[in-house]
Design a protein. Structure first.
Length: 255
């Protein structure tokens, strides 16, 4: 085997390993959060008494104080922001069987969460075959059917009267930007038109520094970051953190 071929094979194996490791982490993270939120009675009924007992023992040892600290910090930060001046969220997904309200934040493994909620509700991806959609597209399309009515979205304070968990997953904003650059720009070339003038003059590719300059233009100028891509909006804007009475604030960290 030639050195060049050996090097290429090694790189392929390395990329494959990183891909599998990332997928395994996302799967474990998703399962872990749902183990926190799934009612024990539902788990016992759905997958067996022995497993339900194991989950009950597991959830009794969870660091609930960590969630309470995040809720307390959020409430402290929101006291200076009148809820009436904060826009209502556009998306809050509700699962009756999970007793869960979830605000999906792009680039925080929201696709996997939506898919898990659809499976819990027993809803197949019908649109995938009907319109020849990819699995990713079908999940996001089907999940819209779980969105709360607009009347509820406009009066989210009423959610505090229920017994359901209200979940949002946050992520380090710098990690979200890096993820957005690789997932949306490098792989999907999502900003080839809107960020064209920030491309590298030699390679004609949108480098990371050019991507950041484009973001600053939309965020600080007469434009809006939402006009560039709504998926890049801050979590506080997407999920109206100071308006919705969240009971669980998770943190997504792939490293």
């Amino acid at each position: 085997m030639s050195p060049a071929l050996s090097f290429t094979t090694g790189r392929m194996l390395s990329h494959r390993f990183c891909y599998l490791f990332k997928r395994a982490f996302v799967l474990c993270f998703t399962i872990g959060v749902f183990l926190i939120l799934l009612p024990n009675a539902y788990i016992s009924k759905g997958v067996g008494d022995s497993f339900g007992i194991a989950i009950e023992r597991y959830t009794s040892t969870l660091p609930v104080s960590r969630f309470n600290d995040r809720i307390g910090q959020l409430q402290e930060s929101c006291r200076a922001a009148p809820p009436s001046k904060i826009p209502a969220p556009k998306t809050l997904l509700y699962s009756r069987k999970l007793n869960l309200v979830y605000c999906p934040v792009p680039l925080t493994s929201s696709t996997q969460f939506k898919h898990a909620m659809l499976k819990a509700e027993g809803k197949p991806l019908k649109l995938q075959r009907l319109y020849n959609l990819s699995t990713h597209q079908a999940i996001h399309s089907e999940a819209q059917n779980m969105n709360l009515r607009n009347t509820v979205l406009q009066k989210t304070e009423t959610l505090s009267k229920g017994s359901q968990h209200i979940l949002v997953i946050s992520r380090n904003p710098w990690q979200r930007l890096v993820s957005a650059y690789y997932d949306l720009s490098v792989h999907k070339n999502a900003y080839k038109t809107k960020c064209a003038k920030y491309k590298d003059s030699f390679s004609r590719e949108l480098k990371f520094d050019g991507f950041l300059q484009c973001l600053l233009y939309y965020a600080n100028g007469t434009q809006s970051l939402h006009k560039l891509d709504s998926r890049l909006s801050p979590v506080s804007t997407i999920c109206s953190l100071c308006r919705v009475p969240y009971t669980v604030i998770g943190k997504f960290s792939p490293t």
